[in-house]
Design a protein around this ligand. Structure first.
Ligand SMILES: [Zn+2]
Length: 193
C-alpha cells in the first residue's frame, strides 16, 4: 500500500483488487444500469485493509476531538470500530428496531455534552447518518463531525457538521432504455445473483 497515507488512486486500486469495485455492465437495485458496481463489504472483509483505510479516515477526523464514535448498524459497524480504535475512543452503534427505525440499545450511552463522531461505510443520500445525528442530539450529545469511508453523494449531501470521507466515488447510472452499454450489446449482470 506504500506510504503512511493512501492516495485516491491507491484506494481505488484496493477496491478493485478486493472486488469491492467492479467494472462492467450492471443492473442496480434501483433498476438503473451502470458501468460500475460498488460493494463496500468486499473490502471490509479483510481486517488488515479495513484497519489501514479506516486509520487514514480517522487521521482526517482527529481534530474533531471526539470522545465516542457512533455508527448505524450493520454497514457502519466495521468502519466505526476501526476509526474508534485509531482514535482510541469507544465505539457504539444504533440499530433498527421492529418498526425499522434506528435506536440506541444494549445499554449504550451518550453523555450530555459528549463529543460524538458519526461514522458510516458509504453515504449516498445520508438518511441513516441523519437519523443517527438526530438520536445523538436528542440525547444531548454534541456532534463533532461525520466520517464515511466512501462518499457517493457527489458532494450533494450536507449534515450541518463537518463531513470527511476517504474517497469520493461517483458512479454513472443510465435508464435501461437509453443505456449506452445495452446499445453496444454488452451482456448485463445483476450483482449478487
Ligand atoms: Zn444497460
Amino acid at each position: 500500500m506504500g506510504g503512511e497515507h493512501v492516495t485516491d488512486e491507491e484506494v481505488l486500486q484496493i477496491f478493485r483488487d478486493t472486488r469491492a469495485l467492479l467494472d462492467g455492465h450492471f443492473v442496480l437495485r434501483s433498476g438503473l444500469h451502470s458501468p460500475q458496481y460498488f460493494q463496500c463489504a468486499m473490502v471490509l472483509q479483510h481486517p488488515r485493509i479495513a484497519e489501514q483505510l479506516c486509520g487514514d479516515l480517522a487521521a482526517k477526523l482527529k481534530n474533531a476531538g471526539a470522545q465516542v464514535v457512533i455508527s448505524p448498524a450493520l454497514g457502519g459497524l466495521f468502519v466505526g470500530h476501526e476509526v474508534a480504535r485509531a482514535l482510541d475512543v469507544r465505539h457504539i452503534f444504533v440499530e433498527k428496531n421492529s418498526a425499522g427505525k434506528l435506536e440506541l440499545r444494549r445499554s449504550f450511552q451518550v453523555a450530555r455534552g459528549e463529543k460524538v463522531l458519526v461514522v458510516e461505510d458509504v453515504v449516498t443520500k445520508g438518511g441513516r447518518v441523519r437519523e443517527t445525528l438526530d438520536i445523538v442530539q436528542a440525547l444531548g450529545g454534541e456532534v463533532a463531525g461525520v466520517g464515511t469511508l466512501v462518499d457517493r453523494s457527489g458532494g450533494k449531501v450536507g449534515f450541518g457538521v463537518p463531513l470527511e470521507s476517504l474517497l469520493r466515488l461517483s458512479i454513472d447510472t443510465f435508464d435501461p432504455a437509453t443505456c449506452p452499454l445495452c446499445q453496444a450489446g454488452t451482456p448485463v449482470i445483476k450483482p449478487g445473483s
